[in-house]
Write a protein that binds this ligand. Sequence first.
Ligand code: DOR
Ligand code: ZN
Length: 349
Amino acid sequence: MKTLTILKPDDWHLHLREGLVLKNIIHFTSEYFGRAIVMPNTKNPITSIDKAIAYKKLITEALPKSSNFQPLMTIYLTDETDKEELINGFKNNVIFAAKLYPANATTNSSHGVKKIANLYEVFESMQESGMPLLIHGEVTDSEVDVFDREEVFIDRELQPIIKTFPKLKIVLEHITTSYAVDFVQEKNIGATITPHHLHINRNAMFFGGLNSDFYCLPVAKRENNRLALRKAATSGKECFFLGTDSAPHLRKWKAFCGCAGIFNSPVALESYLTVFEEENALDNFEKFASLNGPNFYNLSPNKEKLKLVSKSNKIVEFIDVIEEKDIVEQIKPFHAGETLNWQVEGIVN
Ligand code: DOR
Ligand code: ZN
């Protein structure tokens, strides 16, 4: 049996939600990941330091006892973000990074930024203090084709940001195109890559009729892009690191409104490992999962080790959402019903 032991990984892009969903799903991440950057697009978005503190408390209370998992909190930028508050939060270690959602780009982003140029003063302060800027890189104009939104964002918004703030620490989140892969390397910024964008291309959204199970934002693109992402993720290059963008939506909401988001945290490591094995790059998995992220964010890698084994692993159709012992809802995980060839064995000494 093939095995792999790596330093404990981190998830550099994660949606944990609140309430019952948070309580039911957090263990999928906290069990095997040391840290995760927690996205701020909750129903009432995390736009202030006080909200970030309150959200961190909710997360910590939802953690299994004895867990040493560290949630890294982010703030949701708006047209009204107060730069003093933002930088104070960063300097006092309450906030790890700021997240830029162009208004209406994705789930709960209606309060996002309407005119990015208005944030340039905020970026200036972030550059000075070393605070990372995490970007959902899609324009939202209705005349731009949904499949072109990342590329247009790079040309129209990201190029000028980098030109004006060459020292600003930027992560282009959940990249989906070969254009982004090239851009990230050329400009020396960071990028997260999700498991789903390594497995599916845009055809998946039409499997068996319109299929919202594979609808996420940015949407999966053409096959040539998926292949470029696989090459980038498995290359071991420092600028690419693990960020699952695991985004749970209750089954009833997926069915009702086809919300964007793929829930992959129950299978994330197994899903990535499948790709690394297929690409003959298992030797680079630790870099992608456990080393490149900390290196980018100037943090130490985790000390504990995680053992992964190559063995048949049937993925469940649904994850139950339980309230006081009753199953009250379900969420479909990525790879539901498939059999993967990897399994997490656990933390080892
Ligand atoms: O597919 C997505 N779902 N993309 C995002 O950017 C947000 C996420 C969510 O929160 O559901
Ligand atoms: Zn996300």
